[in-house]
Design a protein around this ligand. Structure first.
Ligand code: PEP
Ligand code: MG
Length: 906
């Protein structure tokens, strides 16, 4: 065992423009401690204090309380003396007491997972001294009762054991409020607060058998040890587990002088931002309240005032207050405390320059003196994120690579879809919560059936779940809401592809197709009622909520151009039609990585021929129906090739099980029987025949092409004829024909043979040729295992990570919604593997497949076209694996471009 000695430095002080530590020392001092030290070094007035290192937390866990107190005693006492000197107060003094805050602070922020104690040092004597000194009895007693409540819960174990149990202190407060017939804490008199102190202490004695500690030193050691203990609390352990934080990191403890913004009219507290967090414009802004505590600003009991005069004037305009009125009732900090405002303004400049990012700062003014309590990189909207990164680059604060790394790729989503007007959103009422399946904002009238989406100009398609039959309706609707299904459910995948707002899996919705109603929490919504969907948060909102169109020029274009400068991996798009191909190209896709041909068959005029083909009982009948489909497919491909103008287009042969194409509703079955001049019974029996127990593992993918080669023949012909026809027009086409769901070499070889034979026929007929390649999806685990053999024949691989995930985990894509949410909640899975590529498991197959494939075919081009192709961490993984391109839905192309550039820069 390590011998613990006193000579090691365990306590680092900060304050008075000095510090033992710095921002480099996050591992030892924790994030908060390192930052406080850094601010102090920069000459920023932070309340003085000290940090007990994270190493002591580990020592405490090994050696226990007494040993650790022995090791810390001298250093802590010396540090307290420093604070006293700095603040002109004394710890444990009755007339002029120094009060302290004690907070946790791990290497990485673990918000709300560990404990905090404020106002430490108060007792029955010093509370009277504090009241006298501040001439504010109410303030002193309110601080004291808050301290007992916090200390009692955190240190003395007064916290309720389960969430059903009542908090003993809250019980006392409620009881007093009832007795006094008041509603808010602010209505307590001094006498009330004194009564609370008495009752709180009484409750502590009864519950713990001990008196509440009066001695400030005993209080301090109790609080420090409680913070160490909270590192091993259930909340913290759980948080560490899901975020992969090692338990031996430990937490630091930060002890700091308390400063108060509620000591009278010369005191205030507030929050400020160095730039506008909503728009990104370089404008200092923020809010404050005179004579208030930090939480008053956020709690919204009093309306906070603007820091800057300009902000105040704008605010007055919004509130339609006249300027004299505004100046009188809502003056800015700039107006009422100009000197302090200037000081604050200077600090924000220093901090932003130093951290080279927009800062979100908290400050307190105690009796005319400004203190900065905290600074951190501020949260911001997607638009602000882009503007700030580009501005900081222009201002020379960031290099190109650094500016690029400031972009959170996923946040770009907000910029690519219509967005809600933030003001309207604030007022909106949330009626249900689902999965944010496809981002954006949609507002419209409820319809329950896809073929009725045209009923209203703006409709929201509300379904229990969607199926391929709903495709056209989904396209027409402004947004899609489903009660069932996860992030890769049909609705989610299709909606993302369309760039259409979608919320899936909103389990609270009870949908009744017969009555055409949707019920949530007892409230009934009918067809035609207005609702709005926030696809970025999963919130379902009541009524109409105003939206705005996004703008993709200016800084957005600049950051995208910058990403291309550093990116080495290609980014393609999954697109099934010319419209999507156009969007993909405008977003910078360098090709199409997956065109799912089945989507082309769902349009009204085609589904009939398709059904005819499926219902045909002979090869001849099938071929006749395919003849009808051929010109339509050819036209599709011609249009896509034309849009892509020489860029590669990967076309996948028919993949889904055939039963998805036949009608399941009686009315449509009747219609089909009439169209085909066959009996309803014949239609019904064919539908029943196609029914499978597990269609996802059934008659689909290349199993279709291998059992019905005429489908492959027709599709190959359509692809090559389209390319030839464009060639005649002088437009280059670069088709790549892709065989889906291959698991054995023969499956591929058989299809390859059909394709090559068809190609030869077509080329002979046209007396002309085009270049094309034949490759395969790798989406069955067996294909990844025998990738070396497959690559002897295939010219390219595209990892279909949706199916590969499904089959590696054995989780049905269609049914995972039933257990995945619970797995995520319980931490059995850290992330949805259909959304974020499981690098540990599925990733191994991708790596192995790529390696083995390239070993036998060094020219093998490798891509990925599952949903993961647009997910930043998965894109980074693909880059590291040496994959040539990722392919994702058009609206995710910019995200993947940034993620790929970041991977290269990192
Ligand atoms: C896949 O399986 O990852 C894939 C792209 O194909 P689909 O989602 O159409 O099955
Ligand atoms: Mg697939």
């Amino acid at each position: 065992m390590e011998i613990l000695t006193k000579t090691k430095k365990r306590v680092y002080t900060f304050g008075d423009k000095n510090a033992d530590g710095s921002s480099e020392m996050k591992n030892l001092l924790g994030g908060k401690g390192a930052n406080l030290a850094e601010m102090s070094r920069l000459g920023i007035p932070v309340p003085p204090g000290f940090t007990i290192t994270t190493e002591v937390c580990t020592e405490y866990n090994g050696q226990g309380r007494d040993m650790v107190i022995g090791l810390l005693e001298e250093e802590v006492a010396a540090s307290i003396r420093k604070i006293e000197k700095n603040m002109g107060t004394q710890f444990g003094d009755n007339e002029n007491p120094l009060l302290l805050s004690v907070r946790s602070g791990a290497r990485v922020s673990m918000p709300g997972m560990m404990d905090t104690v404020l106002n430490l040092g108060l007792n029955d004597d010093s509370v009277i001294g504090l009241a006298k000194k501040t001439n504010n009895e109410r303030f002193a007693w309110d601080s004291y009762r808050r301290f007992i409540q916090m200390y009692g819960s955190v240190v003395l174990g007064m916290k309720p054991a389960t969430k059903e149990d009542e908090d003993p202190f809250e019980e006392i407060i409620d009881h007093l409020k009832e007795k006094r017939r008041i509603e808010h804490d602010t209505q307590f008199t001094v006498q009330d607060l004194q009564d609370l102190v008495y009752d709180f202490k009484d409750s502590v004695k009864k519950k713990t058998g001990r008196n509440f500690p009066n001695n400030p030193w005993e209080q301090l050691w109790g609080a420090v040890m409680a913070v160490f203990d909270s590192w091993n609390g259930n909340r913290a352990i759980y948080y560490r587990k899901i975020n992969g934080i090692p338990s031996d990191w430990g937490t630091a403890v930060n002890v700091q002088a308390m400063v108060f913004g509620n000591m009278g009219d010369n005191s205030a507290t507030g929050v400020c931002f160095t730039r506008d967090a909503a728009t990104g414009s370089n404008e200092f802004n923020g809010e404050y309240l005179v004579n208030a505590q930090g939480e008053d600003v956020v709690a919204g009991v009093r309306t906070p005032q603007q820091i800057t005069k300009l902000g105040s004037i704008r605010w007055a305009e919004l509130a339609q207050t006249d300027e004299d009125e505004r100046r009188k009732n809502y003056p800015s900090l700039e107006e009422i405390m100009p000197k302090i405002y200037t000081e604050l303004f200077n600090y924000q400049e220093v901090l932003e320059k130093h951290y080279r990012d927009m800062q979100d700062m908290e400050f307190t003014i105690q009796d005319g003196k400004l203190w900065i309590l905290q600074t951190r990189n501020g949260k911001r909207t997607g638009a602000a994120m882009v503007k700030i990164a580009v501005d900081l680059l222009r201002e020379g604060l960031l290099s190109e690579k650094e500016a690029l790394l400031k972009i959170e790729p996923n946040k770009l989503d907000e910029l690519l879809h219509p967005v809600f007007d933030p003001k309207a959103l604030k007022r909106a009422h949330v009626i249900a919560q689902g999965l944010p399946a496809s981002p954006g904002a949609a507002t419209g009238q409820i319809v329950f059936f896809a073929d009725e989406a045209k009923k209203f100009k703006n409709s929201i398609l509300v379904r229990i779940e969607t199926s391929p039959e709903d495709l056209e309706g989904m396209n027409l609707a402004k947004g899609i809401l489903t009660a069932r299904g996860g992030m890769t459910s049909h609705a989610a995948v299709v909606a993302r592809g369309m760039g259409k707002c979608c919320i899936s899996g909103a389990g609270a919705l009870k949908i009744n197709y017969k009555k055409r109603t949707m019920t949530v929490d007892g409230k009934v919504y009918h067809e035609g009622d207005w609702i709005s969907l926030n696809g970025s948060t999963g919130n379902v909102l009541e009524g109409k909520v105003a939206t705005m169109e996004p703008e993709l020029t200016g800084e957005f274009a600049e950051i995208m151009a910058l990403s291309d400068k550093f990116r080495t991996m290609e980014v393609r798009a999954n697109a099934d039609n010319p419209k999507d191909a156009k969007i993909a190209k405008s977003f910078g896709a360098t090709g199409i990585g997956l065109a799912r041909t089945e989507h082309m068959f769902f349009e009204v005029d085609r589904i009939k021929a398709m059904r005819e083909m499926i219902l045909a009982s002979t090869v001849k009948g099938r071929k006749a129906a395919l003849e009808d489909l051929l010109p339509m497919q050819r036209k599709d491909f011609e249009e896509i090739f034309e849009v892509m103008n020489g860029l590669p287009v990967t076309i996948r042969l028919l993949d889904p099980p055939l039963h998805e194409f036949v009608p399941h509703q009686l009315a449509t079955q009747k219609e089909l029987a009439e169209d085909l001049h066959i009996s309803l019974g014949a239609v019904k029996s064919k539908v029943a025949e196609l029914e499978e127990f597990n269609p996802m593992l059934g008659h689909r993918g290349c199993r279709l092409g291998n059992t019905y080669p005429e489908i492959t023949e027709m599709q190959t012909r359509a692809i090559l004829e389209a390319a030839l026809s464009l060639k005649q027009k002088g437009i280059a086409a670069k088709p790549e024909i892709m065989v889906p769901l291959v698991g054995t070499v023969s499956e591929f070889v058989e299809q390859e043979k059909v394709i090559r034979e068809t190609a030869q026929l077509v080329f002979e007929e046209y007396d002309d040729k085009v270049d094309f390649s034949i490759g395969t999806m790798i989406e069955v685990p067996r294909a990844a295992l025998i990738a070396g053999e497959i690559a002897n024949r295939a010219e390219f691989f595209s990892f279909g990570t949706n199916d590969l995930t499904q089959m590696t985990f054995g989780y049905s894509r269609d049914d995972a919604g039933k257990f995945l949410p619970i797995y995520l909640e319980k931490g059995i899975l850290a992330a949805d593997p259909f959304e974020i590529l499981d690098q540990e498991g599925v990733g191994q197959l991708v790596e192995m497949g790529t390696k083995r494939g390239r070993a036998s075919n060094s020219d093998l081009k490798v891509g990925i076209c599952g949903e993961h192709g647009g997910e930043p961490s998965s894109v980074e993984f693909c880059y590291q694996t040496g994959i040539n391109y990722v392919s994702c839905s058009p609206f995710r192309v910019p995200i993947a471009r940034i993620a790929a550039a970041q991977a290269a820069v990192k």
